[in-house]
Ligand binder design. Sequence first.
Ligand SMILES: *Cc1c(COP(=O)(O)O)cnc(C)c1O
Length: 353
Amino acid sequence: MIQVTKTFLPPQADYQAQLQKAWDQGWVTNRGTLVKELEATLQDHLQSPPLLAMTNGTLPLQIAIKALGLTGEIITTPFSYVATTSSVVWEGCTPVFVDIHPEYLTLDETLIEAAITPKTTAILATHVFGNPCHVTVIEAIAAKHGLQVIYDAAHAFGVTYQGKSIFHYGDVSTCSFHATKLFHTGEGGGVFCKDSELYQKLFYHHNFGHEGQEAFQGLGINAKMSELQAALGLAVLPYMPQIVGHRKKAVTFYQEHLSQYTTLKLREGTQWNYAYYPIIFDSEALLLTAQERLNALDIYPRRYFYPSLHTLPYVSGPDMPVSQSVSERILCLPLSHDISEEIQAQIVNTLTA
Ligand SMILES: *Cc1c(COP(=O)(O)O)cnc(C)c1O
């Protein structure tokens, strides 16, 4: 069975070697040496701002909203994974959707200002499929209206924009290290934050508000990454060039053989990570036919992202025609660190028959 992605698993010996450090110290969580080593290694590998490892990629979003003290309305994208929207609602804020750009698929920055009200406190945008939002315009709008900016960069591990790690942009940037993401720790995630005061707030929030064993700095939750998760991350990380290299080759194959299909338009100035290969059909009916044909070959692409998040049962607001239309017609093709050219040829032949 070929899925939309496949989790990269390092040789068990590599994982064992990392785990040995936890065993030697009899220490499996509460920010031991492995979590600290993972944070330092990732920051160096990515040339990113300081990061705080967490146990998944959803809590960083919720904790960012909390740490920034956001209330009222948060402008966000309807074309993302459900966690982007659910985090806003979970934190007691109201998501105000702004439609996406039809080619870049990121929040359409030209529509943001019209959605700002006196209740707006922030913009939460997704670098969808690793494609950077128009960060320059978003930053200018945020500065003009006194808004905070959070980027959900769950798909953007390793992406650089205008020569800098994508995690430099926004007041806070979050990532997921889930097993289906490009880099993973099984379950896992992190926040990236340049501002040391805000970083400290994020830190307290992610560990019950603890300041030492007996003092508390406000409200917290438990979002700590365990040593076991960090060990897996440290075992995966050295393979990233290989993983991305194979994906780049696979993407090139799709590009060459599926040129009649619309795919993601990357923003100029982006060094991409080859995390996803979406194609957009002319109609949902054509998508469903292609999906059925591929499924018959035991190949399972995914409808990322469907449905458009403005249709979730716990949100409201105006129609989002672009997101609605794209979400009905977009399919992510299988892509992984070891997808074979034979399988890709089957996919391509099915889609071009
Ligand atoms: C995967 C994902 C998340 C959530 O990450 P988890 O690690 O699964 O909690 C959030 N936002 C986006 C855009 C994602 O794709």
